[in-house]
Design a protein around this ligand. Structure first.
Ligand SMILES: Cc1cc2nc3c(=O)[nH]c(=O)nc-3n(C[C@H](O)[C@H](O)[C@H](O)COP(=O)(O)OP(=O)(O)OC[C@H]3O[C@@H](n4cnc5c(N)ncnc54)[C@H](O)[C@@H]3O)c2cc1C
Length: 430
């Protein structure tokens, strides 16, 4: 019996026929050719940090943990080339050692590079796009075992940057990087109304900015960051305590309590807001300050809407929580992503705010997810591919103008559907 796969958020499981852990691109090609000849599907797993069923297969799961090296930093052109199985934390550290950094990171740094870009993982900025938008070249082992080499001159690159794993196994990525820099991140507690009002302006005033709101309270937090040469105050020790003690035990226990006795959730949220939504400034290495301590296991749904509609979505989500009596024990988060031209990017063609609706074991999770899906539908909401967002091919075609072209490319590159699992079929309509 093969080892079972389970997502980090415990949202999906699979028992593949086999696992493979190739050591180089030639071995990846060999694994793919053999699986295709045996009629088995292939999916890659990075860190398994997606909540969606994007990895799930009963065929072969390929783990790229042995393709984990930074290969080159081209200082002249500001480019870094790495193997796709490299984890973001290791990539950031290796870049820093060379005096370089990537301009944006998401909340955590434990994902693999290949997994991050396959789902358009983002941070929060209108100056920078999502991580996929930093790709200038990639190598992909396709269903025949051949290697597709794409660079900026290739018209397929805008499709491959957010590939959903549907074009093949990405083995190598070249990303735009810049000289290492520090940021000063300022957190400011505000009321819900003030926070939502700030959504219109704060991303124009700060290179990085995001909004948190804790349901059942009037407490919101503006988190805004700028470049800074000031003395560093970021403490790796505090980060480790947050990760290993506060989040792993205290926060986890609060979520479990709210899950067991949902009536306590509003009171627990008030306690969390009082303790955590406080004024503070942290200065330090960009990738460390802009990311966060690993949270306890929870669930996330997230939708991308045009930036100008973000305030409306936040207000209506709050109204829905009150009207439907939903108990929500985790923050709602609004984060910006600069518009891009990558076919399956949730930020395709428009500056975007991604609204994240998160829960930690609330019995109202399904109703909450349905509420946000209903609200964003009026604003052409696009799902985050790595999170739990209900969609079918008709919805995807309505909201992503290049969806048909992407489906066509997937069928052309992989006519026999080696890399198609139920998730990909739902996206392309099969
Ligand atoms: C605690 C937490 C915080 C998060 N914070 C953020 C955030 O701030 N912003 C955000 O946008 N997202 C965030 N996410 C979501 C996460 O970044 C994405 O789901 C990401 O895809 C996970 O990367 P992974 O390496 O675990 O990929 P997996 O989940 O393992 O895989 C994701 C997809 O990529 C495919 N894939 C992986 N590697 C390759 C490859 N080499 N070639 C081809 N296909 C491949 C897989 O088949 C799958 O379809 C967070 C997730 C967690 C658990």
């Amino acid at each position: 019996m093969s080892e079972r796969f389970e997502t980090w958020g415990k949202t999906h499981r699979a028992t593949p026929a086999a696992w493979a852990m190739p050591a180089d691109e030639a071995e990846v090609a060999d694994v793919v050719r053999r699986a295709a000849a045996a009629g088995q599907g292939v999916r890659v797993v990075g860190a398994g940090h997606s909540w969606s069923d994007c990895v799930v297969t009963d065929g072969v799961i390929v783990r790229l943990d042995r393709l984990d090296q930074l290969l080159q930093v081209d200082e002249q052109r500001g480019l870094a080339t790495a193997q796709a199985g490299m984890r973001l934390r290791a990539f950031n550290a290796a870049l820093h050692a060379r005096g370089y950094a990537i301009s944006i990171v998401g909340s955590i740094d434990q994902q693999s590079l290949g997994g991050l870009v396959a789902t358009a993982t983002h941070g929060s900025s209108l100056v920078h796009g999502n991580l996929s938008s930093f790709i200038v070249a990639m190598r992909i082992v396709t269903a025949t075992g051949d290697v597709l080499v794409l660079d900026e001159g290739d018209p397929r690159l805008p499709a491959a940057r957010v590939s959903l794993g549907a074009l093949g196994v990405v083995t190598q990525l070249t990303l735009r990087v810049e000289r290492a820099f520090q940021v000063a991140e300022v957190s400011t507690p505000v009321t819900f109304d003030a926070g939502v009002q700030a959504l219109a302006t704060m991303a124009g005033e700060h290179e990085w900015a995001k909004l948190w709101w804790l349901p059942h309270t009037d407490a919101a937090l503006l988190v805004r960051a700028r470049r800074s040469d000031g003395p560093a105050t970021f403490s790796p020790r505090h980060r480790a305590i947050d990760e290993r003690v506060v989040n792993a035990h205290v926060f986890k226990w609060l979520l479990a309590l709210g899950s067991a006795v949902p009536a306590l959730i509003p009171m627990l949220n008030r306690v969390v807001a009082a303790a955590y939504f406080t004024a503070r400034t942290v200065v330090g290495r960009s990738d460390l300050v802009l990311s966060m301590a690993m949270p306890p296991v929870h669930r996330e749904s997230e939708w991308a809407v045009p930036a100008e509609h973000a305030a409306d979505v936040m207000r209506r989500l709050r109204a829905a929580i009150v009207a439907q009596g939903l108990r929500v024990n985790f923050i709602v988060e609004a984060r910006y992503v600069k518009g891009d031209s990558n076919w399956m990017s949730p930020a395709y063609g428009r500056d975007t705010v991604q609204i994240g609706a998160y829960v930690g074991g609330s019995p109202d999770c399904d109703a909450y997810y349905a509420a946000i899906a209903r609200i964003v539908a009026e604003h052409g909401g696009r799902p985050h591919w790595g999170k739990e967002a209900a969609f079918d091919a008709a919805l995807i075609r309505r909201v992503l103008p290049m969806a048909d072209a992407f489906a066509g490319l997937v069928r052309e590159v992989d006519p026999d559907g080696v890399f198609r699992n139920p998730f990909v079929r739902r996206v392309i309509g099969e």
